[in-house]
Design a protein around this ligand. Structure first.
Ligand SMILES: *Cc1c(COP(=O)(O)O)cnc(C)c1O
Length: 377
């Protein structure tokens, strides 16, 4: 069994994807060819944003957005302690300081209370200028924007949504990648909407910043002249071949794949509720289920469940085994464990189960059955 069955997905869409790739080969428009512009238009429409600027990865999307927000040395960028490294690393590489914030125990997302406390702590210290909040839509569930956006407004901070795992999710019918000033997503193959390599995109409504991002992804060039460089940029474009792959994949995602993963999640929850802590989806929220993540009683129970699944050839993953404040790369920040009780609980107990649009009911039942038998005996 596959954790995320990318081969089954390719087989389902093979004729359209193969034709898209062949058309790019025939046109030889490998860099910023027509499918890239077409995809940007469709992605902007899907998310409800005015602009979409694609680039080479989700990490680059975050970095480009922070560059367009003029983030640099002396700035504080607030993000979740329980996330993939890029949510924080992109601020650090620009010379800013990542301020890591504890999570909510039920949603695994940035805790608004801990966020406001962290902003006040940074202001009281006076060493850094609070600049941007990077809420993460972890495992597919949108962060608590109803509480985070007012905090940003109160302290004059910008909001950059890390929607790398959340593409397709929504809150009160507003889609992921439409929250805050800008949003970033990733098309890494295992993400909710993945391509066949690396890819990413920034979403925003501001016309001036849209132009600036298009320049920043090509070495800060002027709109008219590629060799007239107005500022320091990077080289980060989405390959035309990846755009051609994403066009039919976006169609399938919107038509049935997002519904299919929600069916998988609902079935898991129906079977597993009462035996383990199943994912919490607050009223009005919809997840795109980048991961289906349960919580076990403790690390020992998790080890037992993982071993039982493995014995039956079923893969499971620990996202994530440590908080960012525990990463060696951030040891210089000297962040005390005592600030992160909820992250520390999560890293001991979480387990992500196989989930993709082509997982069958029989497979879900089998996986759930093994978990229930292991715990209840
Ligand atoms: C995957 C991911 C990224 C980075 O995306 P890449 O395309 O792998 O560079 C950023 N943030 C989160 C939360 C992610 O899961």
């Amino acid at each position: 069994m596959q954790f995320r069955d990318l081969k089954a997905q390719y087989q389902a869409l093979k004729p359209e994807i193969d034709k898209g790739i062949q058309d790019v080969l025939d046109s030889a428009g490998f860099i910023l060819g027509k499918p890239v512009a077409e995809l940007e238009t469709q992605l902007a429409a899907y998310t409800g944003r005015k602009h979409c600027v694609t680039c080479a990865s989700g990490t680059d999307a975050l970095q480009l957005a922070l560059m367009a927000m003029d983030v640099g040395s002396g700035d504080a960028v607030f993000t979740s302690d329980f996330t993939y490294f890029a949510s924080a690393g992109t601020a650090s590489i620009l010379g800013a300081e990542a301020v890591l914030v504890d999570i909510d125990t039920r949603t695994f997302n940035l805790s608004p209370d801990a966020l406001e406390a962290a902003v006040q702590r940074v202001l009281a210290e006076g060493r850094l200028t609070p600049k941007v909040i990077v809420p993460v839509d972890l495992f597919g569930l949108p962060a608590d924007y109803e509480r985070i956006l007012p905090i940003a407004g109160k302290y004059g901070l910008k909001v950059l949504e890390d929607g790398a795992q959340g593409f397709g999710g929504s809150m009160n019918s507003k889609r992921v990648c439409s929250f805050g000033d800008m949003s970033a997503t990733s098309f890494f193959p295992a993400k909710p909407l993945g391509c066949f390599g690396d890819g990413g995109a920034v979403f925003l409504d501001d016309d001036t910043l849209d132009q600036r991002l298009r320049s920043l992804r090509v070495q800060g060039k002027s709109p008219e002249d590629k060799y007239d460089n107005r500022e320091i940029g990077i080289n980060s474009r989405l390959d035309t071949i990846q755009a051609a792959i994403l066009l039919p994949k976006l169609k399938a995602f919107a038509a049935y794949e997002l519904d299919a993963v929600n069916h998988v999640a609902d079935r898991y929850t129906e079977l597993l509720a009462g035996t383990v802590v199943t994912p919490y989806v607050p009223p009005g929220f919809r997840s795109s289920w980048a991961q289906y993540t349960i919580m076990l009683a403790d690390n020992a129970e998790r080890t037992r469940v993982q071993a039982a699944l493995q014995k039956h050839g079923i893969p499971s993953m620990i996202y994530y085994p440590r908080g960012l404040h525990q990463q060696k790369a951030y040891s210089g920040l000297h962040l005390p464990d005592a600030w992160y009780p909820n992250t520390l609980h999560a890293v001991q107990t979480v387990l992500s189960l196989p989930l993709h649009p082509y997982l069958t009911d029989a497979e879900i039942d089998r996986i759930s059955g093994i978990i229930i038998e292991t715990i209840r005996g």
